[in-house]
Design a protein around this ligand. Sequence first.
Ligand code: NAP
Ligand code: GDD
Length: 322
Amino acid sequence: MNRALITGIMGQDGAYLAKLLLDKGYKVYGLLARRSTLSNWRLKYLGIENEIQLIEGDLTDLASLIRAIKTSKPMEIYNLGAQSFVATSWEQPILTAQTTGIGVLNLLEAIRLTDTSIKFYQASTSEMFGLIQEPIQSEKTPFHPRSPYGVAKLYGHWITINYRESFNMFTSCGILFNHESPLRGIEFVTRKVTDAVARIKIGKQKELRLGNIDAKRDWGFAGDYVEVMWLMLQQSKPDDYVVATGYTTTVREMCSIAFDHVGLDMDDHLVIDEKLYRPAEVEILLGNPSKAKEKLGWSSKTSLKNLITMMVDADLERVKKE
Ligand code: NAP
Ligand code: GDD
């Protein structure tokens, strides 16, 4: 039986990836960072909370990672754990560096010290392109991160490549562009919007405060994107891939899809709040997923309209039950 260890299993991607691997017959282990309250709502949402073996550990604690590998004996490790909210990375830059950057090194060292035959997936990000150096970003586009999060991820990206080149380890990076779902954290802009739209529709909220609505993102569906993580580790050679839809849309337009879906006028509820602007912004992201399509046979299946309406519908259900 295939065995996989997922860090960040309680997050959006961790939950979808765990479901995918269970459906493929894997035994799935998850690294559980200790919190005062267990937040397994995503695993429950997907009906898999009892099918996963959780192992206590933290990306900042090398010994716990070694123990987790010795307990789970995985063939594949997916490193999805991170402080992943860009805005928080200016408030907690050191924690972000330790978790999102050095955490990757800790995990690679744990593999190096235990079993170098383990295949490793690193959750790299389009945030590394930051101040974009090319209008459409591919695996060859130079990086220019714009946040402490982006800088930490860039370290994680290069150290993953370095361990591949130095120790002949099977390590691959997925440079994923933004991906969303009903399981997205409420602090990210799509879910903030779809949750607010549901609340406004039901009469529990009046306004929605946003920052820079001119920013553009290449948004896909997380359920589609976890498939590519698995595909990357099934190849004969490790490599790095951009994962994107190839379309970009403003926050404003994404927001209007959500309001239109429930028959509300966005202009009656949207308030721009300059406090939500970031110290340095990533104005636009647009990925070229040709390599993933050509080499992995993968392409994004869900349009932004279908994604946002799916999220609004899920939030309407949730808010009604509250
Ligand atoms: P997410 O929902 O924020 O999940 C991240 C997970 O990491 C959470 O379960 C979190 O646990 C865990 N974590 C945080 N600190 C940790 C630590 N010190 N040790 C162990 N686990 C820790 O993020 P996501 O959207 O699923 O994204 C998954 C990964 O892909 C992240 O690395 C993210 O940076 C990257 N990525 C995401 C996107 C995107 O658009 N979603 C795009 C590109 C790359 P707690 O919740 O308990 O803190
Ligand atoms: N979160 C948030 N809240 N963003 C807002 C708001 C707001 O009220 N108003 C405008 N925005 C803008 C942000 O300034 C940014 O330009 C855009 O909406 C998207 O913000 P987020 O949804 O927070 O995502 P992100 O692009 O910063 O980061 C996400 O994608 C990265 C991949 O490019 C995260 O998932 C990262 O972990 C991931 O690496």
